[in-house]
Design a binder for this molecule. Sequence first.
Ligand code: TA6
Length: 276
Amino acid sequence: MKKLFNGFEYLEIKNSAATAKIALSGAHIFEYKRSSEEDILWLSDIAAFKEGTAIRGGIPICWPSFGMNNPRLPQHGFARTSLFSLLYSEDIDEHTTEVLLRLTDSQRSRKLWNYKFELNLKITVSDTLKMELETINKDRQAFTLTQAFHTYFNISNIKDVMISGLDKKPFLDALDGKIKRQNGAIKFSLEYDAVYQKVDGEIVLEDKRRTISIKAEGSSSAVVWNPWIEKCSRMSYMSKEAYKEFVCIETSNAFDDFRVLQPNHSHTLKATFTPL
Ligand code: TA6
């Protein structure tokens, strides 16, 4: 376990395939790069590293609610500002490391969301980055879950990227509240905030630097977001030019893709990121 000057604890993973950094606060991976390659994750140059504050960049865990899907909870839920415990960090072989982090209900969480749960995040660091978020309902009543890996991808310039794999998919345009249908690949020239449904295949992020494949399981929705100039200037822990450097493609169970978990049942959201 490593510590920053202010005591902020994170794990540093190094194997023959890749390196990664994972904070216990929020089970938040904020660095993943394959050997001799650039980080695929974007991290704000003014990100805060303090317990209780979501790190701006990497992969925030939005749970047990995405956005304001549950208005009684903070935006994107409370997992990303909660301290997880480390169950293990294990080298499976010389190019694969597996990390398991856990959050269970507490007096604090039950005040926000009155259910007993176990939340396990397994992160597998190799020549791909695999995230598996398992929610177990430990309560005696069912609960509704929305969630997302709010992944910030590191790009050369927002004007040079293209996202394919969502053609013809319906989406909620969060900017005007209208339901629309995707026509071809996604390119950026303005603020973009869209929640896609009926997502059932690989999403590909093409950038001058490289191409990244995103494959999901346990999910039929995905969010694409870039704040562009004006909203970027209003975002916490984000420099005013930051909108040029990242795009968020979020593997999710969001809005219509909500999941209802019966007592003792579980659901796992999975995403695999592969630099091609
Ligand atoms: O996923 C897109 C989004 O919901 C945007 O609307 C914007 O709010 C972004 O998440 C960041 O939210 P945050 O709470 O991390 O500042």
